[in-house]
Design a protein around this ligand. Sequence first.
Ligand code: ASP
Length: 432
Amino acid sequence: MAAKEKTEKKKLGLSSQIFIALIGGAIVGVLIHYFMPEGYIRDTIIINGILYVIGQGFVRLLQMLVVPLVFCSLVCGSMAIGDTKTLGGVGVRIIIFYLCTTALAVCVALSIASLINPGIGISLDAIETSEVTVAESTSFADTLLNIIPKNPINSLAEGDMLPIIVFALFVGVMLAKLGSKASTVANFFSQFNDVMMEMTMSIMTIAPIGVFCMIAKTFAGIGFDAFLPMLKYMGSVTLALVIQCFGVYMLLLVVFTRLNPITFLKKFFPVQMFAFTTATSNATIPLSIDTLTNKLGVSRKICSFTIPLGATINMDGTSIMQGVAVIFIAQVYGVNLGPAEILTVIATATLASIGTAGVPSVGLVTLSMVLSSVGLPTEGIALIMGIDRILDMLRTAVNITGDAVCTIIVSHQNHALNREIFNREDVAPAKK
Ligand code: ASP
């Protein structure tokens, strides 16, 4: 018995392994950046060869699961919920939570930025600018219309989350309506869903290697000198992200559910690290759904709907960056923002992320919308582009934490949260 305990203790859990890989990867990346001479071996073989292929290979394995997993689990989820009334209730609640937490996030960001004044005393020449190649963002009307797929197969092929969600919900509700008449199709989706979940778990066993390579590549390629004039800006964004993640969310969790925030953070940590490493909410969907169901006791019916929806429409971390960036750019260009403009920033930053997929750097695209809404030059984005990668990683971790917290709250309100699983000591998933 004692010997068994010893071997169990010796075996590091997956989260500790990922954490060690993250720190190790960052150190190796910095060492490569500063101590390895530039050239074919460093750049082509190590950074863009080994590290890139293994890191991206891992992300692609998870991305490969996103569309089939989201589709199947949503069909199963809506089929199990069955009636459109309950489904609508969950939908309306989660959207309200998503919008309110985003608006809160922008307020936190604006307050921190107004206190720290990141752009005052900065001269434009001190900052390395990059060329702005920001794509046009879609209008609000089109964003709304795009939710309805013209061709669902095309949406699935393109990985457009919102139309996929709409179509899957429809299929699920119809399957529930048809009952035993469509049992073959229903069984197919439910079994395929199990296959996808099992695949997620298998792929996660190689997560430490993938995380190590991705982080090492990112840090090997980052020029830290560009950070210096931007430290105040980066500090403001980071502080606001920390307040949102560990203050606002944890408070909401306690107030609405009376659950222990430390237990949540402990169990959700690997998901945050994965989001941090990949800077992609979308790729984090399978892991997030898996953790919420198996470790935090959320009903799969609910989180298979709310998590993909959140990855697309709820980006609190991104709107924090946008709030701080607006103040920063306004200060650098010497523009004064009045109360009306501040309100406009809150509204546009809250709405900007809706309909945009959770992929790296999308926050910069939607930032152009927020800047133009208050008449600031979109060229201002060039000031922050160079150092955005690290902030992108941080804000993606906050984005997916917001989705998870809102999901837990809505689950609790719908009596679909298993508190026993939430409070249970974290154990390795049992082999089926
Ligand atoms: N990378 C972020 C995400 O995937 C979006 C962004 O802020 O650029 O959630």
